[in-house]
Design a protein around this ligand. Structure first.
Ligand code: AMP
Length: 207
């Protein structure tokens, strides 16, 4: 995939827990991210839920007059977990359609603390970078060290020859919201795609 247009951040697709987690710092970070994005004129694309960190973040963005696009499968909407107050609630038929639509409407993705759904979405987006299906930086907000074991696992995968070290160019890790947004706003796509650099994995992993 080649795209020569300069990188301009207008919307971020955020993945985060449908629960609030144990540490109150998680909810505070979700609220701060929603509010800061709105303040900077950055649109929010997310899973359209009203629950957990998702709902807290969307409410904060809406309260600060931000644009909030929720993309939700019909089944989840019918289970009454949809946030009906968002700027645009896009209802789709499947999880696959939802992901394509979520990623497609943003220039970058961000993961806040969350569970299996959050990890799935973050890793799917990173997989799409790896396969050249899209090229979007991913921001990881490492609130209270929540993602430390995940980052250690990624480094282990590099060390053991399963992941190229260039994943670090796409994954921006920060501990505060301003640091995360500044890092994504200043992102410059590398000249070569990850796929073209797959030889940075020091084994025959791609053969
Ligand atoms: P989890 O991290 O397992 O709580 O899942 C959160 C992620 O999965 C979000 O980024 C959503 O895209 C999706 N998701 C999971 N549960 C819901 C829900 N109740 N409403 C909307 N989206 C959800």
């Amino acid at each position: 995939m080649t795209d020569d247009s300069p990188f301009k951040l207008e919307r971020i697709c955020v993945f985060c827990g449908s629960h609030s987690g144990v540490d109150p710092a998680f909810r505070a970070a979700a609220v701060e991210l929603g509010a800061q994005m709105a303040k900077r004129g950055l649109g929010l694309v997310y899973g359209g839920g009203k629950v957990g960190l998702m709902g807290a973040m969307a409410d904060a963005a809406l309260a600060a007059n931000g644009e909030v696009i929720g993309v939700i499968p019909r089944s989840l909407r019918d289970r009454e977990v949809a946030h009906l107050g968002v700027s645009d609630l896009q209802v789709v038929d499947s999880m696959h359609e939802r992901k394509r639509l979520m990623y497609g409407q943003a220039e970058a993705v961000v993961a806040l603390p969350g569970g299996i759904g959050t990890l799935d979405e973050l890793f799917e987006s990173m997989t799409w970078n790896q396969l050249d299906i899209h090229a979007k930086p991913a921001g990881l907000l490492n609130v209270a060290g929540y993602f430390d074991p995940l980052l250690a696992m990624l480094e282990r995968a590099v060390e053991q020859g399963f992941v190229g070290s260039s994943y670090r160019e796409f994954l921006r890790v920060a501990t505060t919201v301003p640091e995360l947004l500044a890092s994504l706003e200043s992102y410059q796509p590398p000249a070569e795609t990850l796929w073209s650099r797959r030889s940075d994995v020091p084994t025959d992993a791609f053969e």
